[in-house]
Design a protein around this ligand. Structure first.
Ligand code: SF4
Ligand code: SF4
Length: 289
């Protein structure tokens, strides 16, 4: 592919690359049977000048970087118009066997889930890197914001510790899902997933956002029912009144689960995600919109 390709072809080119990489042997839990960590991905696009990114910045805090800002910091010598940038976002749904095993647990992670958190996320990191390399080799400057030295965490007045770039927010902007009571992103393949994104100097038509509000797909916000993610959380970090308590969540995940994964499965990682399985939004959108 070269810079002269048609814009629609560029979207297809990127999509086929991501799907091909997920279908490859790289996608592995690295267990004895070498099971895939992820199912078929979802891919969405949003434009660098989409006002939703400015709204996120206003909402989260001035430290949050919009696509043009992360691009300008990464490539200070290149001048581009914001509309010439595309955010490429993807969703990697947890494998069915991983969800099956994790549904049975209530306080500490199943081995497959812990492997997905470690080896599956390593695959996700490789996907970001290889997508960037493919784009750059074809003449399109690109950056994976969370791999950038400009990715960091700061204190948001409204949301506590927050990132300068959020994979879930990029996915929301790219039409891939809306937020639930537990802060997870509910996508057409559910909330049991990991996501990633790359900002590139390439023009790809943006995906439609088939929702009006950022919480449309959650039963609690849409209909005042459910709250199952709060019941599933072993740390009491989700409540119907206050939503997700990030501090309580972080303390549980990085403390108890870390020790457990090392002592029971023999590798270093942490994992929880009970709020993502055994709930109505686990594998799909529970609300008709
Ligand atoms: S489990 Fe229910 S309340 Fe929690 S995010 Fe999913 S739909 Fe919303
Ligand atoms: S990741 Fe674990 S501790 Fe955090 S909200 Fe979900 S279930 Fe609770």
């Amino acid at each position: 592919m070269t810079k002269s390709m048609q814009v629609n072809d560029a979207g297809l080119w990127v999509k086929e690359f991501i799907e091909g990489f997920v279908a490859s042997g790289e996608n592995s839990l690295k267990n004895e049977s070498n099971d895939p960590a992820w199912g078929k991905p979802l891919i969405g696009f949003s434009r660098g000048d989409d006002p939703i990114y400015t709204q996120m910045k206003e909402d989260i805090g001035s430290f949050f970087l919009t696509p043009p800002e992360i691009f300008a910091k990464t490539f200070p010598s290149i001048t581009v118009r914001p509309d010439e940038l595309t955010v490429i976002s993807w969703i990697l749904p947890q494998a069915e066997t991983t969800k099956r095993d994790h549904r049975k647990e209530t306080t500490l992670p199943s081995e497959r889930w812990a492997r997905a958190r470690k080896y599956g996320e390593e695959f996700n990191a490789k996907l970001r890197k290889q997508l960037v390399e493919m784009l750059v080799e074809a003449g399109y400057e690109a950056v994976a914001p969370i791999d950038s030295p400009f990715w960091t965490q700061k204190m948001s007045e409204r949301y506590g510790l927050s990132s300068t770039w959020s994979e879930r927010h990029a996915a929301f902007a790219s039409g891939l899902g809306t937020f639930g009571l537990c802060d997870g992103l509910i996508t057409p393949v559910g909330k049991a997933m990991r996501c990633g994104s790359v900002v590139a100097h390439i023009q790809i038509p943006p995906s439609q956002r088939p929702y009006k509000d950022h919480q449309d797909y959650c039963l609690f916000f849409a209909k005042g029912i459910c709250g199952k993610c709060a019941d599933r959380c072993p740390a009491g970090a989700i409540s119907r009144e206050k939503g997700h308590d990030k501090e309580k969540c972080r303390a549980y995940v990085s403390g108890l689960t870390k020790e457990y994964v090392l002592s029971h499965f023999g590798f270093e990682s942490y994992a929880c995600g009970f709020c993502q399985v055994g709930v109505p939004c686990e594998s799909g959108i529970p609300v008709k919109v």
